[in-house]
Design a protein around this ligand. Structure first.
Ligand SMILES: [Zn+2]
Length: 162
């Protein structure tokens, strides 16, 4: 007999975030589908600011793109979905200070944001055609930041066209 143990691969973060598209602040703070893979052993917990968040040693195991050698506090871009208007591929910066989730703020995926963070969720790879992923992982951090910014600018321009 085989026992299949489903291992959780992420935790949720619950936090009220203001949507840059519709301007509303999430009324269902756990409904924003903000997943994080920062913990070594995620348990599908709902994490809130002030909760312990023990970081995994190797962030690439959580699929993160490392764009700065991790600093303290650690700043990480995650993806979320507006629970009010349903817009996806919104971005937020999580700050982890001394093993504790210190803050969650909405952010645009632009140059100044990328300058200020250490890790970017693997969800950012969806901004690129699949074929480019391997190539992207091999880039040096400055070039990777530039490519992410360019891909996001192109995506937003496409969205604006409707
Ligand atoms: Zn919205």
């Amino acid at each position: 007999m085989t026992t299949i143990i489903a291992r959780a691969t992420f935790d949720y973060v619950c936090h009220p975030l203001k949507c840059p598209r519709c301007g509303q602040t999430s009324s269902d703070i756990c409904g924003i589908n903000l997943q994080t893979k920062l913990r070594e052993h995620p348990t599908m917990d709902s994490l809130r600011v002030g909760d312990r968040l023990e970081l995994r040693e190797d962030p690439s195991m959580g699929g993160y793109l490392v764009i700065h050698p991790p600093r303290e506090p650690l700043r990480v871009i995650e993806e979320w979905v507006c629970d009010e208007c349903g817009t996806s591929f919104l971005w937020a910066i999580l700050e982890v200070h001394d093993g504790t989730l210190a803050s969650v703020e909405p952010a645009e995926l632009d140059e100044s944001t990328l300058e200020s963070v250490d890790l970017v969720t693997g969800q950012a790879l969806f901004l690129f055609p699949t074929v480019e992923t391997v190539e992207l992982m091999a880039l040096d951090p400055a070039e990777l930041r530039a490519r992410i910014v360019r891909a996001e600018v192109e995506r937003l321009a496409e969205l604006a066209k409707g």
